[in-house]
Design a protein around this ligand. Structure first.
Ligand SMILES: [Zn+2]
Length: 368
C-alpha cells in the first residue's frame, strides 16, 4: 500500500497519525499504534462468522459483517461489544464485488474530504493473506462502551417487512424522511440541510441504494435531543449493479414528478430545487450545495486515482460522477424559458461546467 489506508494521503504505508487518532483514539503524544494488517485471515473470519450465525452453512451468513474490538493495540473478532464493524468482500453475483470494500472506503473519504460531510470513521484493513476489507467505527458506541440510542428511518416511520412487505425499505420518499426530521429533530433546519446535502451527494457519486435504513437519528445523551447520525454505507453502487436506478428512494411523495422529470426521466437541477423548497430550505443555500457538488470533479477524481480500485473501476467511477454532474447541472425550466431545447444547464451552476460529455444516461424508473 502506497497511500494511507485511512485517508489515502500519499507516502504512508500504514495509518498516518491523524487517521490513527481518529480511528483508534490516543492522547497528546499521538494516536494508538494499530496495524492495518489484521492478525487473522479471511478463512478464519468466515469460520468465526459461521459460528456466530448459528452453525448453519449459508452464504448470507458469510456475507454479513462482524464486530471487532480493539484490545491491546490489536483488532480482534468479538461477538459482543465491539467498537468496530468489519465488512469483507461480499459473496454474490454482482460485478466487481472484490472492489466493494475499496469502493465504500473511497466513497466515504470523498464525502468527508471533498464535501465536508460528517461520516462514520472508516479505513481499509488487510486480512492476513492480503485481502482488503472495510473497517468502520461504530458511532453509537461511546468511549466507556455504553451505547447511544440510534434509530433508522424505517424504525422511525414504523415500517418493517412484517408491516409493509419485502420492499419496505424502498416504498418511501426522501420528502417524507424530511417530514420525519422536522417532526423529531428540535434543531431541524441544520439537520435538514445536512440531509439535503447527503441526498445530493448520493446522487452525485451513484449511490443507488440509499434506502430508509441508510439514514438514522441518534440521541445526544447529554441533552436528550436528536440529530442525524454521521453518514454510513455510502458507495457507488453503479460499479456493481450498472443498470440500477440512480436513487433507491423517489425524491417526492405521492408519485409527484416535476416537469423536468417528466421530460427527461432522471432527476436534474429542477428536481433538487423543488426538493429543497419542500424541505423548507433557503433557495440560495440549496443552490450553493448544488454548485459545490458539480464543481469538485477534479478533487473527486484525484481521490479516485489514489484509491486501490482497479483501472477499470476507476474509469467506471469517474464516468458515473461525470454523468451525474451533467444531470445535476441540467435545468429543464431554464431551457424552456430560453426556448433552446433541453440542452441548457442551470444558470446558478453554468459557470462551473466545462468539457462535459454530451448528455446524461437515462436510467430506468424504479419498478414497484
Ligand atoms: Zn491517513
Amino acid at each position: 500500500m502506497k497511500n494511507c489506508p485511512g485517508c489515502l494521503k500519499a507516502g504512508h504505508d500504514t495509518y498516518c497519525l491523524p487517521c490513527r487518532k481518529r480511528l483508534f483514539g490516543g492522547n497528546l503524544f499521538g494516536g494508538k499504534k494499530v496495524s492495518h494488517v489484521l492478525t487473522f485471515s479471511r478463512p478464519v473470519y468466515d469460520q468465526a462468522r459461521l459460528a456466530v450465525s448459528g452453525r448453519r452453512l449459508s452464504i448470507s451468513g458469510i456475507q454479513t459483517k462482524m464486530s471487532l474490538a480493539l484490545r491491546a493495540g490489536r483488532l480482534e473478532l468479538t461477538e459482543t461489544g465491539g467498537q468496530y464493524i468489519l465488512k469483507p468482500i461480499p459473496h454474490g453475483a454482482f460485478r466487481h464485488l472484490g472492489m466493494a470494500p475499496v469502493n465504500e472506503h473511497l466513497t466515504m473519504q470523498i464525502a468527508r474530504q471533498v464535501f465536508g460531510i460528517s461520516v462514520a470513521e472508516n479505513a481499509l484493513v488487510e486480512f492476513a493473506g492480503g485481502e482488503l476489507a472495510y473497517l468502520v467505527r461504530r458511532f453509537d458506541v461511546q468511549e466507556d462502551g455504553s451505547r447511544r440510542l440510534q434509530e433508522d428511518f424505517a424504525q422511525i416511520a414504523g415500517r418493517s417487512e412484517e408491516s409493509h412487505g419485502k420492499n419496505y425499505k424502498y416504498d418511501f420518499s426522501c420528502e417524507e424522511i424530511g417530514e420525519l426530521i422536522r417532526k423529531h429533530v428540535a434543531a431541524y433546519p441544520v439537520e435538514m440541510e445536512r440531509f439535503f446535502q447527503l441526498v445530493v451527494f448520493n446522487y452525485l457519486i451513484g449511490n443507488g441504494d440509499a434506502h430508509l435504513k441508510n439514514f438514522s437519528l441518534i440521541r445526544n445523551e447529554e441533552y436528550g435531543d436528536y440529530t442525524l447520525t454521521p453518514a454510513y454505507d455510502l458507495l457507488n453502487t453503479r460499479l456493481h449493479v450498472p443498470d440500477e436506478t440512480r436513487t433507491a428512494l423517489p425524491m417526492f411523495k405521492d408519485d409527484f414528478e416535476t416537469p423536468s422529470y417528466q421530460a427527461n426521466g432522471f432527476y436534474a437541477y429542477d428536481d433538487f430545487e423543488e426538493f429543497g423548497k419542500r424541505l423548507q430550505l433557503h433557495k440560495a443555500r440549496c443552490a450553493r450545495i448544488m454548485q459545490v457538488a458539480v464543481a469538485k470533479e477534479r478533487e473527486v477524481f484525484s481521490l479516485i486515482d489514489r484509491s486501490e480500485l482497479s483501472d477499470e473501476c476507476k474509469q467506471a467511477y469517474k464516468d458515473a460522477v461525470r454523468d451525474s454532474i451533467r444531470a445535476l447541472s441540467h435545468s429543464h425550466a431554464e431551457s424552456r424559458r430560453k426556448g433552446s431545447g433541453d440542452q441548457d444547464i442551470a444558470p446558478d451552476i453554468a459557470r462551473h461546467i466545462s468539457n462535459r460529455p454530451a448528455r446524461p444516461v437515462k436510467s430506468p424508473r424504479r419498478g414497484k
